[in-house]
Structures are given as structure tokens and as C-alpha cells.
Design a protein around this ligand. Structure first.
Ligand code: PRP
Length: 184
């Protein structure tokens, strides 16, 4: 049996595991300070934000509630359709809560624009965003991102939750794949 390793398909590592963890730790310290008098609800958008949420929630020192939502906007295509569908909703009521959305990447911004409006319409007391990655070149909708990780160029990246054809989410860094991976 052939032994394969996800790292073998990487052409270029953009952000290392250490850099990712360092940045998440920094943001978590700030969030722990900013929300020290409240009990925030951290909301991660599945599946991409799972890795970020896992590390982030462990670095936040104050008590927090964690919940998840599965949203879909891409359908079968690679471009966001802009029409967001809730495939799996939160398990709790957000009315009166201070909500912090934890996202892996903001591309067009359409997912976040929709989610911020949706949570506010459900009565959240406040809604802020932590996005590990931002790709400004692809932005269509303007979203106010209070906690920022890294800005990346307009390249297709995988790793740390981000996938290509559902693979590479378990890579521990953010990377660009070898062109032959797409052609295979
Ligand atoms: C990705 C990512 C964000 C969204 C960002 O999710 O995790 O939620 O797209 O794109 P946008 O800014 O253009 O709206 P995706 O729909 O690929 O699902 P996944 O997290 O399960 O991979």
C-alpha cells in the first residue's frame, strides 16, 4: 500500500503552524480582555473554521459558549452564488448575547455579510468577527472585521480547515498546492 502524506502535495507554504498559533494566541488574549465582563457566544461556520475554533477557544481564558452553523453558498461551482442556505442551524438562542463569529477565510464576504445580518435579526446584543484569513482581491461585500489574522494574495489556499475537494483540511499550515494536484 502506498503511504501518502498531505504535505507532499504542497508547492509553497504561505503561513506556518507556528505563525498561525502565534496569531490566534494574540487575538485570543485581546478577546479575553474585551469580553471579560460578559459570557460571549463563539460561533464557527463549518467546516472550514473548525481548526481555528479548536485552537482559538483553548487560548481564550474567559468562560465562553461554543456553537456551530453549517452554511452553504457555493453549490456545485467555485464562485459564491451569494445565496446562503442554512444546512445546520445553531443549537442556542442568540437573543441578548454577545456573539463572536469565528471564520477561517473571508473571500467574497457574502457568507459573513449574511450571517452578521442574520444574527442581528435574531436579537444578538452584539456581533463581531474574527477571521483568520482575508483575501481582499475577491471581496464583494464589505464586512467589519474587528479581529484579523492574515491577509493573503488571490491564490487558492488549503490547510488549517481549508479544503480542496474535501482534502487537506488536516494540514497544519496554510499552503498552495502543486498544480498537478488539480490536474490529476
Ligand atoms: C468557505 C469559508 C467561508 C466562506 C467564505 O466555506 O469557510 O465560510 O467559504 O467565502 P465568502 O467570503 O466568499 O462567502 P465553504 O462554503 O467553502 O465551506 P467549508 O467551510 O465547509 O469548506
Amino acid at each position: 500500500m502506498q503511504i501518502s502524506d498531505v504535505r507532499d502535495d504542497i508547492a509553497d507554504e504561505l503561513i506556518s503552524r507556528e505563525e498561525i498559533h502565534g496569531k490566534i494566541k494574540e487575538v485570543a488574549a485581546q478577546v479575553s480582555e474585551d469580553y471579560k465582563n460578559t459570557y460571549p457566544l463563539l460561533v464557527a461556520v463549518l467546516k472550514g473554521a473548525v481548526n481555528t475554533m479548536a485552537i482559538f477557544s483553548q487560548e481564550v481564558s474567559i468562560p465562553v459558549q461554543i456553537d456551530f452553523m453549517t452554511l452553504s453558498s457555493y453549490g456545485a461551482g467555485t464562485e459564491s452564488s451569494g445565496k446562503i442556505t442554512v444546512r445546520q442551524d445553531l443549537g442556542c438562542d442568540v437573543a441578548g448575547r454577545d456573539v463572536l463569529i469565528v471564520e477561517d477565510i473571508i473571500d467574497s464576504g457574502l457568507t459573513l455579510e449574511w450571517l452578521v445580518k442574520e444574527l442581528k435579526s435574531r436579537g444578538a446584543a452584539s456581533v463581531e468577527v474574527f477571521a483568520l484569513l482575508e483575501k481582499p482581491a475577491r471581496r464583494i461585500a464589505e464586512v467589519d472585521v474587528k479581529y484579523k489574522g492574515f491577509t493573503i494574495p488571490d491564490e487558492f489556499v488549503v490547510g488549517f480547515g481549508l479544503d480542496y475537494d474535501e482534502k487537506y483540511r488536516n494540514l497544519d499550515s496554510i499552503a498552495v498546492l502543486k498544480p498537478e494536484v488539480y490536474q490529476a
